[in-house]
Structures are given as C-alpha cells and as structure tokens.
Design a protein around this ligand. Structure first.
Ligand code: GCW
Length: 669
C-alpha cells in the first residue's frame, strides 16, 4: 500500500516502453564508491534505477564500448577526469549532467568537483527519469545560488514539536547515540535530493540542556548519519546557557567569563562534531533571554557567539523575529527598528535570519522591509514550511507560490531592481516533519518541504515547475495526473488567503493555537494578541493604516516601494488592508464596493476548495486508492472549515459594518 513514506523518492516503475528506452541509453554504470558520499550516490542510483526500470543496473569498474553512465569526480573516476575544466565554474557543490561521446563510448556523465556534487547530480538524473524527461542532448550545469540551505526544527527535547502537525520529533533522544534509527538516513536522503545542506535540530525556544555534553553526544551521532549526505548539524543556543549550564552569574556578552564559557563550549562541540554548522539564536523575543537583558545590542550578542565559533568555521544565525514585552505602536515595525541601524556591526560569520514578512508567517504578507536594507549584513530568509497559520497539515495549501511571491519581490534597494532572492546568503525553513508515516502530516504537505528545498537551491525557479516535478515523482508522470494536480496546487494558496484573510487582512486566527477563525478576538493580555488590533474594523471601514496618517510602517521600505504601498491608487489590492484603513464603500477594481468585494472573496475561497475537491474526485483510479482516499477526506475537512471561516468572518464583520450581504451571497447559518 502507498503510505507516503517514500516521499518523492518512490521510484515507481515507469511505462515499460520508456523504461526500456532509458535502460538502453544509460547502459552500464561506472560509479566509484571510495567514500561514504560516493557510496550513497551509487546506492541511490541502484535503488532508483531498479525501481524505475524494473531491473538492477550492471555496475562495472571499467567500461567497455557502448553506452555508459559514469558517476564521479575527476579524482575518483578516470572517465570523469577529462572533464575537469568544465567543472571548474560549478563550485564545490555544483554538478554537470552531460551526454557526450568519447573514445567510442556514448557516455552520460554525472560529474562534480566534489563527492556531494555527485550525489546531488545523481538525484537530479533520477528526477529526470521520474518525470519522464528525454535524455538526448542532455547538458545540465547546476550550482546552488544560496550558500546556507537549512531546515529549522522546532523540536523540544521531550519530543514535542512546537507548531508541529506531523507527530512527534524525529529525534529519539532517549535511544541516541547508541541507536541510529534508519529513518535518520531516509531523512538525509530526502534532504540531499533537494540540496538542503544544514539542519538545526532543536527549537529556537531553546532548552540550554541541548548544549550539555550528553546531548552533544546524541547530536554528534546524528551528524555522523547526515555527513555523507552533505548535511551539517546546527543547534539552537539559549543565550542564558552560561548561567544555566555553566553556573555563571551572568550571560552578559561583554563579560570575559561569559566569552570564555562560549569559547570552551564551541571547542567541546567541535571535538565531537568537527563540521558543526553553528548556532541559531532567538534572543529578546517572546520572553527568550538575550543581550538586551544586560543593556547590550543584538550585535553584541551575536558577535559573542560568532567569536567563539569563528576559529572552527561556524556561523551564527541570529533571528530578527523580535517581539517585545511591551507593544510598540505597530508590531510590524519592531524588527526593522531594532536591526536596520546595526548594519555593519556584525562579525562576518553572523547571518541575520529574517522571516519572510514583518508580522508572522501569515497566508499573505508583504516582504519584510529588512530585505535590501542591510547591504553589509548577510541575510537569511526564514520561511515556515509547517503551516501554523494556514490550516495545519489538514488544509491542502501549496506554499510554492507564497515562497515565489516573496523571493521575487523587488525591494528597489539602491533605486534599482534588487529582488529579495538576490539579497540572500541563506534560506531556512521551519520544518513540517515529524514521526507521522507521511513525514509531513499529509500527502500534499510533502510538496511544501520539496518546494522549499528546490527554491533554497535556486530561488528563481518557478513554483509551478516545481509542483509539476513533485506531482510526477509523488503520484505519476502521466500528464493526465500531473496537470490537474498542479492546477489544484497552484490555486490552493490563494483559496486559503480568500477564505481566511483576503485583501491584506492578517492574524485573524483564533488565539494561541492559530487554527480556525477568531477575527472577533479582543481583550487579550496584550493588544497585539488580539485580532482587532490587526483588522481595526469599525462602523466606517476596515484595515490597518500603515501610512503617514497611521503607524507609518511604509517608510521602512525603499522610497519607491513605500510610495507604492502608501498610495491608495497603487497599492496592490492583495495588500490593501495591510497598509490602509478604507471605508466599506471604497471602490475596488472589480467595480464592487469593498464590503461586497470582501464578502465575495470569502465565498470564492470556499468555491475554490470545492473546485479542488472536484479535480481530486476526477483523479480517482489514476491515483492509488490509499492516498486518494486520505486526500479526499482531508479536502472534505478543508471545505467544512473554509465554510466555517467564511461564515464566521462574514457574520462578524457584518456585525461591525452593518451592511447587507451583496446579492447572491448566502447569509451565514
Ligand atoms: O510564529 C510564532 C509562533 C511561535 C514561535 C515564534 C518564533 C518558536 O507562534 O510558536 O516560537 O513565532 O518564530 O519564534
């Protein structure tokens, strides 16, 4: 039965004619296996070809004439050595796939300067076969565009995953380091297939114990498993660890004893994990300790850890998601206010990790104003793959278009085109992975892990193309399956925006768990924990004025962007209520008044879910029964809940606007 465990690496048998054609074109395989990484590449190739083509490939040490598939580096393979020059420009992680003739052989090369590049190239070749791509004339030069491509696990030491909807943590701290669950290897394979090269094992709301020796031993065992797959281990560091673990009186970054403690801690970690990636830190946000507790800046805090890691080559990923105890005028402005002025103050091995938008992983936000605003500081995107504010693992929401929209946003930094993607040194994704048999809590949420990884490698790819690859690999390369699935996926995010937070509304979810509607939530312990803080609906209108007449958050963007967002006639309708408070009868592009448009968007979100259901129903028989049934059931839940969102939101806003429902709109029950 298909249970989803194999992700996009199912290697289900191809159509026999196609399989036979591939088998002839590939011929014999010459794949060195001197290192663990080369062995992983060879094993994956054998696994993939056996599944896809129906027979195990013949692995040779030398090739005779005829067709040969050659894997390797110039060092490990005599067949690859002549192509050394062509590999120069591809860097340490890049690879070449190339069909060529040499010495009477028809060769297909999977070549790289490094072993890890060979593994990446092998996964790429397998993807071409899984998607039924023609191999004649093949020439692929690939190199990652972003250096740090990292998954952030919000996993606690007790196995609970914060905002995790896919079961418990994968890391079995209880049985590590002795027992290395084979699932760790499958996790590494899946990530390597996308080029992900780092993993932060523990929650940013960090327990200092993660840095205690016994946990370092466990982390080291995981690092050993991941190493052949090019994945470095990182840890979230609790800023007050010198007090909690070291017994010091302070964690002040300028205190010499504190500095010594972190240097010693770094030495201790690198003794166990020589390629340790570094630390991720959440400081002075939502109650976490940090340098501001001692009157020091974020730069002082980040540099403290950076100095400890520098001798070993580690980096500090310092988060810009700061969220203070006392509510600022506009929570959306806080990160920029605290960080923009620190540009240039960080050590070179500090990377500032910025969430995609200025609030918090909403279904839609404008891009974060720090992108493009810190030219002297390496920046790292933080996306949330787990869908905290988008219906958890139950709702089918493909995040590719959300990621793409943010990555392609033009910051206009320096007055010219400069996309968010161009500003990045790294990309992190808050993982949606747990012990669920599907890994991600649903079949379609696997696509969000997949799309994240592909975009981390090259943020300029199209989310539609990525969806097509994923659907072909996960379900079937048959275009009659791929096309409708891609159609569903591409429409799904906008559907969710429509039934949850249309037209730039945000943070209307029920308080705390963030599942289901709660636009009425008021009177919480602090103003910005309430939905009314964000939508500001009153008798006259709705929306958060972030222009000069309001919080003036727009000025945090480059002048051209600020001017566009601030201008009611230019702001994209999708962000209208993010930046403006407008009257209920404000004229919209559709010709309808805002109130009618708003209700219409809520209703169209529901209809879009119905359309997904219809598409999925039409695929019965083309998708295996097990997965078809579960997706259908989840879509039924999503439809019910989209209706719930629509009815609750429309009823609530109607109680404020006092306006009649537009013609044809059913009243909430
Ligand atoms: O989105 C919010 C979540 C918190 C999370 C925080 C953060 C890890 O509700 O659960 O804490 O963001 O990103 O630090």
């Amino acid at each position: 039965a298909e249970d989803g465990y194999n992700l996009w690496l199912r290697y289900a048998p191809l159509d026999p004619v196609l399989a036979a054609d591939y088998a002839t074109q590939l011929g014999e395989v010459v794949a060195p296996d001197q290192t663990p990484t080369l062995r992983a590449a060879r094993d994956e190739l054998v696994r993939g070809l056996t599944g896809l083509l129906g027979t195990a490939p013949r692995i040779q040490n030398e090739s005779s004439a005829g067709h040969v598939l050659a894997l390797g580096t110039p060092q490990s393979s005599a067949l690859i050595a002549p192509f050394r020059e062509e590999l120069e420009s591809l860097g340490e992680e890049g690879y070449l796939l190339k069909r060529t003739r040499r010495d009477g052989r028809d060769m297909l090369l999977v070549a790289s300067r490094s072993d890890i590049g060979v593994l990446y190239g092998t996964f790429h070749l397998l993807r071409l076969l899984q998607t039924g791509t023609a191999l004649d004339e093949l020439t692929v030069h690939e190199a990652p565009r972003v250096r740090l491509r990292v998954l952030d696990h919000w996993d606690n030491l007790d196995g609970y995953v914060e905002r995790g909807y896919a079961g418990r943590s994968l890391w079995e701290w209880q049985t590590l380091p002795e027992w290395r669950d084979p699932r760790y290897t499958d996790y590494a394979r899946a990530n390597a297939s996308l080029g992900i090269n780092g993993t932060v094992l523990n929650n940013v709301n960090a327990n200092a114990q993660s840095l205690a020796p016994q946990y370092l031993d466990k982390a080291a065992a995981l690092a050993d498993v991941f190493r052949p797959y090019g994945i470095r281990v990182y840890l979230s560091a609790r800023f007050s660890a010198p007090i909690e673990l070291g017994g010091l009186k302070t964690a002040d970054p300028l205190d010499p004893a504190v500095q010594q403690w972190w240097r010693d801690k770094a030495d201790e970690i690198y003794q166990r994990i020589p390629d340790f990636g570094g630390f991720l830190v959440k400081a002075n946000s939502e109650g976490q300790p940090g340098p501001q507790d001692y009157g020091r800046s974020h730069a002082d805090g980040a540099n403290l850890l950076a100095d400890a890691l520098a001798p070993h080559g580690g980096v500090v990923m310092w988060r810009a998601f700061v969220y203070a105890h006392d509510v600022a005028d506009d929570r959306a402005t806080q990160a920029y206010t605290e960080f923009a002025g620190l540009d240039g103050a960080f050590r070179p091995n500090v990377v500032l990790q910025v969430k995609n938008g200025p609030i918090d992983f909403q279904p839609r936000e404008p891009f974060h104003p720090l992108f493009g605003a810190m030219p002297r500081t390496p920046l790292m995107m933080e996306f949330q793959i787990t869908k905290e504010y988008l219906g958890f693992a139950t709702h089918l929401v493909y995040l590719g278009p959300l990621f793409e929209e943010v990555l392609q946003a033009d910051t206009r930094a320096g007055g010219k085109r400069f996309t968010v993607a161009q500003s990045l040194s790294g990309i992190a994704g808050v993982a949606n992975i747990g012990t669920d048999r599907t890994w991600s809590g649903s079949h379609f949420d696997q696509a969000n892990w997949y799309a994240f990884g592909r975009l981390a490698w090259n943020p300029d790819q199209s989310s539609r193309d990525i969806a097509a690859d994923w659907a072909a690999m996960t379900f079937s390369p048959d275009p009659a399956v791929v096309q409708p699935i891609v159609g569903m996926m591409m429409a799904s995010r906008e559907a969710t925006v429509n039934y949850m937070t249309p037209l730039g509304l945000h943070h209307l979810m029920a308080r705390g768990h963030h599942y289901g509607p709660g636009p009425w939530v008021d009177g919480g312990p602090r103003a910005d924990w309430t939905s009314v803080y964000y939508h500001r609906a009153d008798r006259n209108g709705i929306g958060f004025d972030r222009t000069a007449t309001g919080s003036n958050a727009v000025v945090q963007y480059a002048p051209e962007v600020a001017a566009t967002y601030a201008d009611l006639t230019q702001v994209p309708e999708a962000l209208l209520l993010w930046f403006h408070h407008v009257p209920w009868d404000h004229g919209m592009a559709s010709g309808r008044p805002l109130w009618d448009e708003l209700v219409g968007r809520y209703s169209s979100g529901v209809r879009q879910v119905q359309a997904m259901q219809d598409t999925w129903a039409s695929l019965r028989g083309r998708v295996d029964a097990d997965r078809h049934e579960q997706v259908a059931a989840f879509l039924q839940i999503q439809l019910r809940e989209a209706q719930w969102w629509r009815d609750a939101s429309v009823a609530y806003f109607q109680s404020i606007s006092g306006r009649p429902l537009p013609a044809g709109e059913a009243p909430p029950p």
